[in-house]
Design a protein around this ligand. Structure first.
Ligand SMILES: *Cc1c(COP(=O)(O)O)cnc(C)c1O
Length: 394
């Protein structure tokens, strides 16, 4: 049977794999040979499930948004990842990977972060599990994301400002990889999305798949059937989307809609719409769509939402788009902000700017009145209030 899941070699169609320097080979190979073995053990599964329940607060509600449904003429359920501890879906992955690190005998955790959300999630879990944690962060981002830096420090993590390149996420990731190369014995590298060399995209998708597992159960309860007509989510690297679609990926009854960040417009030169603008290339160890210039140099993406401006895209999503399994829509800054205000006024829920891109895709769709739509609200908007206020003044 044709599947959209990863194959034995770590590929999704033409995308994925592990294109890594020789010096990293042993680390990635060690991870590849261990991750499924560990994730499948009952000891991992029970500790993971218990933390998701008692620490994160899962299952997250599947909420029928009546006024939003009325506005778009269908039945819209919101999967409320914004209600998780630390305010987004990232904690699901961080807990899983730190548990894995411990079982692999690693004693030091490193992570990269852009906006700081993944850094905070990882630092949170490291505090909980008493693991030393170093977070690499571009110096520009350290200055822009002051509150998250202070949170990470308060949680006991060391934040290392990175001063090469544009001093943003891509540079922080390179620096984290460099550090990992030098400390392969004791260090575990927690990647925050479905990106990087195999097995990371598959591992992160599995750790986020609790989202679609819950959707199945909750839809059955609400609707008497396990599947929706549409699943919608925003994509930066692709982890909340991967979690949302995981158990439905090969179910043709379910249409998948992914919202990427159009920035100021796909053709404006200030965009992060990687699936539309990217060409085949290699970024952080994976073959995927990459925003690059004619010389193959990675281009700096732009989006109002810090969590979506990654110049690559997970290989799973590149393949879903290529095979036309998913509909990919670019949602611009102004459309996302408008959608965030709309959700706030209709439902009393202030979404993260990233999630607002998924909401902004609703007006680009035409639904039938009996369509059941599940849209993942990946995070809460507390961190974005200043941006929302600035836009409202314009
Ligand atoms: C980081 C983040 C994203 C983007 O990352 P994905 O891996 O694409 O999910 C989306 N929403 C929120 C709230 C985030 O913090």
């Amino acid at each position: 049977m044709k599947t959209f899941q990863v194959d034995e070699q770590g590929f999704y169609g033409d995308f994925g794999g592990a294109y890594i320097p020789e010096i990293l080979h042993r680390c990635v190979e060690e991870l590849r040979t261990n991750y499924l073995k560990v994730l499948d053990t009952t000891s991992f599964q029970s500790e993971y499930a218990q933390l998701l329940r008692d620490y994160v607060g899962r299952p997250s509600p599947l909420y029928l948004a009546r006024r939003l449904s009325e506005r778009y003429g269908c039945k819209i359920y919101l999967k409320r990842e914004d209600l998780n501890h630390t305010g987004a879906h990232k904690i699901n992955n961080a807990i899983g990977q730190v548990l894995l690190a411990r079982r692999m005998g690693k004693t030091h955790v490193i992570a990269e972060t852009g906006a700081g959300q993944h850094g905070v999630a990882t630092a949170t879990v490291c505090a909980l599990m008493n693991m030393p944690c170093t977070v690499f962060m571009g110096k520009t981002d350290v200055e822009r994301q002051h509150v998250n830096v202070e949170k990470m420090k308060m949680l006991g993590a060391e934040v290392r400002p990175v001063t090469c390149g544009n001093m943003t996420l891509k540079d922080a990731t390179n620096e984290a990889i460099r550090y990992w190369c030098c400390h392969p014995e004791d260090t575990y590298y927690v990647i925050g999305s479905t990106v990087g060399p195999h097995p990371y995209p598959d591992m992160v998708a599995r750790l986020q798949s609790v989202i679609s597992e819950e959707i199945r159960r909750q839809l059955l309860e609400h609707e008497g059937r396990e599947y929706p007509d549409y699943l919608m989510a925003c994509v930066g690297g692709g982890s909340n989307a991967a979690g949302t679609i995981y158990h439905y990926i090969d179910d043709a009854r379910v249409q998948i809609v992914l919202a990427e960040a159009g920035g100021k417009g796909v053709d404006s030169g200030m965009s992060a719409a990687t699936i539309q603008l990217g060409r085949l290339g290699i970024i952080h160890g994976a073959k995927t769509l990459v925003m690059q210039d004619d010389d193959g140099q990675i281009e700096e993406p732009y989006s109002v939402s810090a969590g979506l401006d990654y110049p690559g895209i997970g290989p799973m999503h590149a393949n879903l788009a290529r095979q036309k399994r998913a509909l990919v829509l670019a949602v611009n800054d102004d459309e996302a902000v408008r959608a965030a205000y709309e959700l706030t006024r209709l439902e009393g829920i202030i979404p993260a700017l990233e999630s607002a891109h998924a909401l902004g895709a609703l007006e680009k769709m035409s639904f039938r009145s009996d369509d059941v739509v599940v849209l993942t609200v990946s995070g809460r908007g507390d961190k974005d209030i200043t941006t929302y206020l600035e836009w409202n003044r314009q």
